[in-house]
Design a protein around this ligand. Structure first.
Ligand code: FAD
Ligand code: 2HG
Ligand code: ZN
Length: 478
């Protein structure tokens, strides 16, 4: 039996896509990476995933897992050798169980994040992972990238939100680690090893995730700021003033929001006068367990104190859910607006929060000096020290300039990040985009340990090869 006939036998012929049917799954969301594949397969059960992996292992065929294909580092795109199989998780989309006493939900890897949030709400609970791509990204992709988003400040990232996993290993064996335990010290933590491994150590088929009580009320405000220093002072006040109620603290350069309102004229900044053209904005959210009135009172007191102390220049507090959604919509539209505006380079970095103003000031200046006309478009999850230190084009620095200087821009920014004690990937992962960068900044010892793990769990190197680790660290002689 031929290899593709074997795949058809496992998942059914309608779930083995080739040619035009496979094409949408061979290019990443930003159109930066395109590959080829023998086929795109859609298993419908964990057993089918295991059988597909075993068939691939028998034939030495590489496998590229793919969820919603919203990743920003090319991790779900095969290389152009045409020798891989792309494994789509879209049919693994069942909610297997909800336990409202243990506050957990057992979900399959292909469940769309928004559907999981909605199911939690329907059960009177809250699942806090939230990101702009939540209508398309999957729980499996969220786990594989250890996704962050806007609620990390209060609830943690996907790793923190996960209790158990079910994973198919490179040999096709199923590891049933679906334990809904908040404490489990029985040896090495395999769950934490698979979370964030970007499909290079195993294929995640299901997970037990944590649920939380729904907040009684939420308050949102947009604040106009004149400097990144002010943002750090405001963050410190918000942290002490709101404590655990602070559920969001996003920073955005004014140019980012101007780009959003230019690209989507239906969206507007809620300020008039100088505050409508502030260099920076902060979006704050608090969640209150008591009541709307309690939340609003606390919110207005702390924000009033911040303005009085000169930690913000102006503030608009959302009066209702529609206004709050409009403020969040401005923030969540930055990535989409940037994709429409032309080429951009995304630096998803994290830094000690105390270093952020200095880093931004120094790196902005260095970039302008070396690449005049390039536009600094920084935004991100300031509460987590995570900046999307992105750069965009202008009439003086166009798409061709951006592409021609891409490597030099990455090197300049990442060198600065490294010098400031930061990380070159805070929440998007490494994928294929940053493989070279990872090798450049990780210590040899760290790379050696990662390589040992990879080679023990995937000795043939068939799981998402060329992602995370450079290929030479995966070969048996590394
Ligand atoms: P994919 O893109 O399909 O895959 C991502 C990686 O995971 C690949 O390496 C793939 O091989 C691997 N993978 C997928 N499923 C599995 C599986 N079941 N088992 C093993 N490996 C698997 N990210 C954030 O962290 N925070 C944000 O705020 C954020 N905002 C975004 C906003 C927009 C508009 C967009 C387009 C993206 C954003 N992202 C963000 C990035 C992206 O949405 C996340 O990385 C998301 O977790 C990817 O999920 P996915 O299902 O699309 O995964
Ligand atoms: C966000 O925070 C995402 O909106 C995407 O992580 C960031 O577009 C980006 O660089
Ligand atoms: Zn982000």
């Amino acid at each position: 039996m031929s290899f593709t006939a074997k795949l058809s036998d496992i998942v059914g012929p309608t779930n083995v896509l080739t040619g035009a049917e496979a094409a949408p799954f061979l290019t990443d969301w930003r159109n930066r990476f395109t590959g080829r594949a023998i086929a795109v397969v859609r298993p419908g059960t964990t057993q089918q995933v295991a059988d597909v992996v075993r068939a691939c292992a028998d034939h030495g065929v590489p496998l590229v897992p793919q969820g919603g294909n919203t990743g920003l580092c090319g991790g779900a795109t095969p290389d152009d050798s045409g020798q891989a199989v792309v494994l789509l998780t879209s049919r693994l989309n069942r909610v297997r169980a909800v336990d409202t006493v243990n506050d957990t939900m057992t979900v399959e890897a292909g469940c769309i994040l928004q559907a999981v949030q909605e199911r939690a709400t329907a059960e009177g609970r809250f699942f806090p992972l939230s990101l702009g791509a939540e209508g398309s990204c999957t729980i499996g992709g969220n786990l594989a990238t250890n996704a962050g988003g806007t609620g990390v400040l209060r609830y943690g990232n996907m790793r923190d939100l996960t209790l158990g996993l079910e994973v198919v290993g490179a040999d096709g064996e199923i590891w049933d680690g679906l334990r809904g335990l908040r404490k489990d010290n029985t040896g090495y933590d395999l769950r934490d090893l698979y979370v964030g491994s970007e499909g290079t150590l195993g294929i995640i088929t299901a997970a037990i995730i944590k649920l939380f009580p729904q907040p009684a009320a939420r308050c949102t405000a947009l604040l106009a700021l004149s400097s990144a220093d002010q943002a750090i002072e405001l963050l410190a006040r918000a942290r002490s003033g709101f404590a655990a109620s602070l559920t969001g603290f996003e920073l955005m350069a004014g140019v980012c929001l101007q780009m959003v309102t230019r690209t989507y004229p239906a969206q507007r900044l809620p300020f008039e006068g100088p505050s409508a053209a502030a260099p920076w904005y902060a979006l704050l959210e608090i969640s209150d367990a008591e009541s709307e009135a309690h939340a609003r009172e606390r919110f207005e007191v702390v924000l009033g104190e911040a303005i009085e102390a000169g930690e913000a220049d102006d503030a608009v507090v959302a009066e209702n859910i529609a206004q709050s959604k409009a403020l969040w919509h401005l923030r969540e539209s930055i990535t989409l607006a940037q994709a429409e505006a032309g080429k951009s380079i995304k630096h998803d970095v994290s830094l000690p929060i105390s270093q952020i103003p200095h880093f931004v000031q120094e790196t902005d200046a260095l970039l302008q000096q070396r690449f005049p006309g390039l536009v600094n478009m920084t935004f991100g999850h300031l509460g987590d020290g995570n900046l999307h230190y992105n750069v965009g084009t202008s009439s003086a620095f166009g798409d061709a300039d951006m592409l021609a200087n891409q490597d030099a821009i990455y090197a300049l920014v990442h060198d600065r990040v490294h010098a400031f004690g930061g990380s070159i990937s805070a929440e998007h992962g490494v994928g294929q985009l940053k493989v070279g960068e990872l090798a450049r900044y990780k210590s040899t010892q760290e790379l050696k340990i990662m390589s040992l793990l990879k080679r023990s769990l995937d000795p043939q190197c068939i799981l998402n090869p060329g992602k995370v680790l450079p290929s030479y660290w995966c070969s048996p002689n590394a």
